[in-house]
Design a protein around this ligand. Structure first.
Ligand SMILES: Nc1ncnc2c1ncn2[C@@H]1O[C@H](COP(=O)(O)OP(=O)(O)OP(=O)(O)O)[C@@H](O)[C@H]1O
Ligand SMILES: [Mg+2]
Length: 248
């Protein structure tokens, strides 16, 4: 299909009736892009992508995945529709081995297909092969994120959606996770990413949206947004001073 992989129009969503947290947000993700959603704490970024993934009730607006309306699709059916969501926490089964984590993620595939895809994940993430019999809870933070992403990729989704994959990781592991995501995109996967780590996310992203009070307040080319005064304003205190004072 041509057209965007994801199109979200005027999405309104929240946890309680009459209390919208997402207040008319619209974004689009084109095929092969990495699109980043930034925003201050509590802006509704997680709620927004959870609403896209069917985890927060939507009261208005539309979510189209590859042209198909997935607005009312419950979360457990999203994988079959082609949308794989990696939540910020609880994105693996810590007591299960790495191998069993991948097997359960491939549960919707035919047995032979699942075996092939798991082998492919081990080729992509050799660390996971090394620790295939280890309980996932004993992996390092970076390896755990790797496993969470591998679990999402095993179904070959049209869109990979991630909530703060770098949260809680050391700077070295943050770099590893972002380089992993850049590689995954190179392999043809379309990615929607929410991040606090604006600098690292904008470095691998194509375009970005800034979400403020549940609505996209700003949109731009990722490489330009980092120095955009509007973004600096919205990010008050969220990051080091941008390089904008020079000419003023
Ligand atoms: N499960 C929930 N039930 C009720 N309200 C919630 C729930 N989760 C989040 N909220 C509220 O929704 C608002 C937006 O929260 P959300 O987690 O979506 O923001 P965020 O932009 O992801 O923030 P952060 O940068 O801290 O991750 C907050 O006011 C929060 O209290
Ligand atoms: Mg969040």
């Amino acid at each position: 299909m041509s057209g965007p992989v994801l199109q979200v129009d005027g999405l309104v969503a929240g946890y309680e009736p009459g209390v919208p947290i997402v207040r008319g947000a619209s974004i689009r993700v084109e095929r092969g892009e990495i699109v980043v959603v930034l925003g201050p704490n509590g802006a509704g970024k997680s709620s927004f992508i959870k609403a896209i993934a069917g985890l927060v009730p939507v009261s208005a607006g539309k979510v189209l995945l590859d042209g198909t309306d997935i607005t009312a699709v419950p979360a457990h059916r999203m994988v079959r529709m082609g949308l794989a969501f990696v939540p910020q926490t609880e994105n693996i089964f810590p007591l299960m081995s790495v191998d069993d984590n991948l097997k359960t993620a491939g549960g919707i595939l035919k047995a032979k297909e699942a075996v092939e895809r798991i082998a492919r994940m081990y080729d992509t993430f050799p660390d996971l092969r090394t620790f295939r019999r280890t309980a996932a809870g004993n992996l390092s933070g970076g390896q755990r994120q790797m496993l969470a992403v591998a679990r999402a990729l095993i179904v070959e989704p049209k869109l990979l959606v991630l909530d703060e994959p770098s949260a809680g990781l050391s700077p070295k592991l943050v770099a590893m996770v972002f380089s992993m995501l850049a590689d995954i995109r190179k392999a043809g996967v379309t990615i929607l990413l929410v991040e606090q780590n604006a600098k690292a996310a904008l470095a691998i992203g194509d375009r970005a949206y800034v979400l403020v009070e549940g609505r996209e307040a700003h949109e731009g080319v990722a490489s330009e947004l980092w120095n955009d005064p509007v973004v600096a304003e919205l990010y008050l205190g969220q990051r080091a001073q941008p390089s904008r004072g020079g000419e003023a």
